[in-house]
Design a protein around this ligand. Structure first.
Ligand code: GDP
Length: 257
């Protein structure tokens, strides 16, 4: 089967938001380092594009892959490098935070998590940090081939249930770059985001109301409580958080990422 985003080509690396290209719509990929983000982008595009981002000096830049017609997949710097000195981390975090909160063409955020270690503290901070934008999140639980089918589905249900409390509008699926599972399903979500008419400027940080834009497919689970079922052949769950729920706890700062 042909990879869904096979027209993608490396476009540019960006060290400051002002350098970002003119864009009509883009999907960003974030995740802890080593969770399989590069492999997921490569599986979606059928190319070894994301190797580019691993070349020295580019790991802390935002990498743009062009899909044509001013549409892009955007590879964000991996987070969770505890040993990176603060002097290097600060501009990188500013870039990441500025991008996530300020990039108008951003249609949604894919967060890549290792299915064996989902929803780490940093992932939770990322979700909370992104939530006020009102843009959708799609979680790829990568390396699903490392778990049995049943164990994978158990994790999927647990993550879906927890996400309901953490994100305003999110979906989650199992993914394996190694076995090429979940690729079409993920592409379906991202293509729907890209095809949607412009959602307008990002919401101001601190907006109390979380918007839940239209459906992107998959099964829907109404939070709280897990009421959906995974139908045969489905790797995805989708849920919506209640619109009026108050967020608890402090708001994470980009420096937590
Ligand atoms: P990144 O740092 O998040 O970009 O992660 P990479 O894509 O470089 O992957 C990190 C490691 O996980 C590499 O050794 C990959 O071969 C491995 N990996 C990535 N995706 C998968 C997957 O779906 N299944 C398995 N078994 N290994 C994977």
């Amino acid at each position: 089967m042909l990879p869904p985003f096979r027209s993608a080509i490396f476009f540019k690396s960006v060290a400051a938001l002002e350098q970002a290209p003119a864009s009509a719509a883009e999907i960003a990929f974030a995740g802890r380092s080593n969770t399989g983000k590069s492999s997921a982008i490569n599986a979606l595009t059928g190319r070894r594009l994301a190797q580019v981002s691993k070349t020295p000096g580019r790991t802390r830049l935002i990498n743009y892959y062009a899909l044509g017609e001013e549409r892009f997949l955007v590879d964000l710097p991996g987070y969770g490098y505890s040993k990176v000195p603060a002097a290097i981390r600060a501009p990188w975090e500013a870039l990441l935070g500025g991008y996530l909160r300020g990039r108008t063409p951003l249609r949604g955020l894919a967060i890549v998590m290792d299915v064996r270690h989902p929803l780490t503290m940093l992932d939770r901070h990322m979700l909370e940090w992104f939530r006020p934008t009102g843009r959708p999140v799609h979680v790829l639980l990568t390396k699903a081939d490392k778990l049995s089918r049943e164990a994978g589905r158990t994790v999927l249900r647990r993550v879906a249930s927890e996400l309901a409390a953490l994100a305003g509008n999110a979906s989650v699926q199992l993914f394996s770059s190694l076995k090429n599972t979940g690729v079409d399903e993920a592409a379906g979500v991202f293509e729907a985001w890209l095809a949607r008419s412009s959602p307008g400027p990002l919401e101001a940080p601190g907006e109390p109301e979380v918007k839940t834009p239209g459906k992107t497919g998959g099964l829907e689970i109404k939070a709280p409580g897990l009421k959906g079922e995974i139908s045969p052949g489905q790797n995805a769950l989708r849920f919506k958080a209640p619109r009026s729920g108050r967020r608890s706890g402090r708001r994470p700062k980009p420096s937590d990422v």
